[in-house]
Design a protein around this ligand. Structure first.
Ligand code: NAP
Length: 527
């Protein structure tokens, strides 16, 4: 596939004009062609108009037909895996093996959403039969199902150039819901975005989807991104990135004459609590497990464990010594972009200058030709300092972590109570310790989307029961998940039909269940 550097507008391309930017190889700092031209205000309007028009037909597609389209995207990604992985490796500095894994995950994810659409899980049909004899009032026939909200704008994430980008979780879940998608790609992988975007366009064409079911518009977040979010025909937004970026989109969406939801996943420091019993049993093993999680993918995961609580004692001392040795010996890695690396380095400097915080270890890293090389860092403080300095709860996006030493279990609980909303919290303990620390478990459940026991938070399984979300500021809406089949709910809304004749009902709600989908009938799940 030849890359042209042009936005995708329905079945066509936008012509080259105006401002442009280029993809940069973070390992070398060199531009990788071609130049990418920014979409104009007229392109934004054209994409939104096309999407709204496509929605009229797409929303009527059966779940089976949506699944066919989504599965075709997965097939095309697999058929072009070598070219995609080659380009994304150049653009992100991520290892080819990691990207092959991410591509497989992306295809698995697409198929899971396809299955959710085909099985009726997305429609979530409910039927309450009428009871004309009910006293004092007759009960009406009520049937409800979830319907798509309309065109969705998706902001690709920097750190998952495949799984949370053009054909990633937000796009796949919006398609499963029946919503057209307009992607605003991330600058960190412009060429990958075009390659994948062209394959989605091809799948749409092969499946005879209405034009406008998919567009992809290059440009900056502040211009093209905000213009998309403000467009009156856009009905929802999916985003993964910084709190500043997510907040800007939330504010723009809320200020519209018709406010719309923004599902922003904005980061988290993912606290890990090591209870004393397990710490005394295997401190070195725990340090090795934590080190692997902190440094995985040069620390560029939203589930990276950035805050660690330990109870003071012999086990914790051995743990810290081991962690210090491992962090100091960590090889430097290429971060996704020079900007992310600069932000990481400045975060490390900020923590180093806080009184009461010790930089316990840092691995050496020259900036490299692309100004994107980073080493790992370990900070240590006590609970009093942690509680008195709220900046210590800030995310440092990269391979860094802060260990907080607590004098008692009560102090650990108090520190946990001060935390903001998080994607995850992890507890390491013996089973009986978990029982004894039930207050900690219950409190953390009020603050996070996922509680992890005796494991590490990095590695987010794509499954029906996964919650990748959490109260603000981890996400803009703690009732949602951006991974797993619950992610589809973000782009759906319920509609009830009261006393409708059977023939006038959507197939999902007709009495004979012609689509053979799972439904809740008179309060019972009928499979
Ligand atoms: P980002 O700066 O938030 O950018 C993400 C997307 O949002 C880009 O497309 C960007 O557009 C757009 N954007 C940013 N600020 C905006 C604004 N004020 N108005 C409109 N659009 C805006 O995120 P990033 O580049 O991926 O990384 C920066 C930081 O985000 C990291 O240091 C880290 O703290 C955090 N992060 C968190 C996660 C997570 O999983 N939660 C993942 C990655 C990064 P343009 O850049 O094209 O203008």
């Amino acid at each position: 596939m030849k890359l042209e550097g042009l936005s995708i507008l329905g079945q066509g391309r936008v012509t080259a004009a105006g401002k442009s930017y280029a993809a940069i190889n973070p390992a070398t700092g060199l531009a990788i062609g071609p130049d990418y031209f920014w979409a104009t205000t007229a392109d934004v309007d054209a994409a939104a108009q096309l999407a709204a028009k496509a929605f009229v037909e797409f929303r009527r597609w059966s779940g089976q037909r949506r699944a066919g389209f989504i599965n075709r995207i997965a097939e095309l990604l697999e058929a072009n895996a070598a070219a995609i992985v080659e380009r994304v490796t150049l653009e992100t500095g991520l290892a080819a093996a990691r990207l092959q894994g991410e591509l497989a995950r992306t295809c698995f994810q697409l198929r899971l959403y396809g299955q959710a659409a085909a099985s009726g899980l997305c429609a979530s049909a409910r039927i309450d039969h009428a009871d004309p004899n009910r006293k004092p009032l007759a009960k009406p026939d009520l049937r409800s199902m979830m319907v798509p909200v309309g065109p969705v704008v998706v902001f690709g994430a920097s750190n998952f150039p495949l799984a949370f980008s053009v054909a990633g979780g937000d796009t796949a879940s919006a398609f499963a819901a029946g919503c057209p998608v307009i992607v605003k790609p991330h600058q960190g992988h412009l060429g990958t975005a075009e390659l994948v975007g062209l394959l989605v366009q091809q799948a749409a064409c092969e499946c005879q989807a209405p034009e406008g079911i998919f567009s992809l518009l290059y440009g900056s977040g502040r211009e093209v991104g905000i213009a998309l979010v403000k467009h009156p025909l856009v009905k929802s937004v999916g985003f993964t990135g910084s709190r500043t970026g997510g907040r800007a989109l939330m504010d723009a969406a809320a200020a519209r004459p018709e406010p719309i939801p923004v599902y922003a996943e904005m980061g988290s420091i993912n606290p890990v609590f090591f209870l004393a019993g397990v710490m005394n049993q295997k401190p070195e093993e725990l340090a090795a497990g934590l080190h692997a999680s902190v440094t995985l993918g040069v620390g560029q995961f939203c589930t990276n464990p950035g805050l660690i609580f330990v109870e003071r004692g012999n086990g914790a001392d051995v743990f810290l010594q081991k962690l210090e040795t491992l962090i100091a010996a960590t090889a430097s890695g290429t971060m996704l972009t020079a900007d992310l690396c600069a932000a990481y380095r400045s975060g490390v400097e900020k923590f180093s200058n806080f009184s009461g915080v010790k930089r316990q270890a840092q691995s050496k890293a020259d900036l490299g030709a692309g100004n994107a090389q980073a080493g790992a860092a370990l900070f240590v403080t006590d609970a009093e300092t942690f509680l008195s300095n709220h900046h210590l709860r800030d995310e440092i996006f990269g391979p860094s972590t802060l260990v907080v030493q607590c004098r008692s279990r009560a102090q650990m609980l108090n520190a946990a109570n001060q935390l903001e909303g998080q994607l995850t919290a992890t507890i390491h303990g013996l089973p009986e310790e978990l029982q004894a620390n039930h207050e900690l478990v219950e409190m953390l459940a009020t603050k996070v989307g996922r509680l992890v026991f005796n494991s590490f938070p990095t590695g987010v399984e794509v499954a029906h029961a996964m919650t990748h979300g959490g109260p603000y500021p981890a996400t803009s809406d703690g009732r949602s998940s951006s991974v797993g089949t619950r992610a589809v709910d973000r782009f759906l809304r319920p509609v009830s039909y009261q006393n409708f004749p059977d023939t006038a009902l959507p197939a999902e709600l007709q009495e004979s269940n012609p689509l053979k989908i799972d439904r809740l009938v008179d309060g019972k799940l009928i499979l």
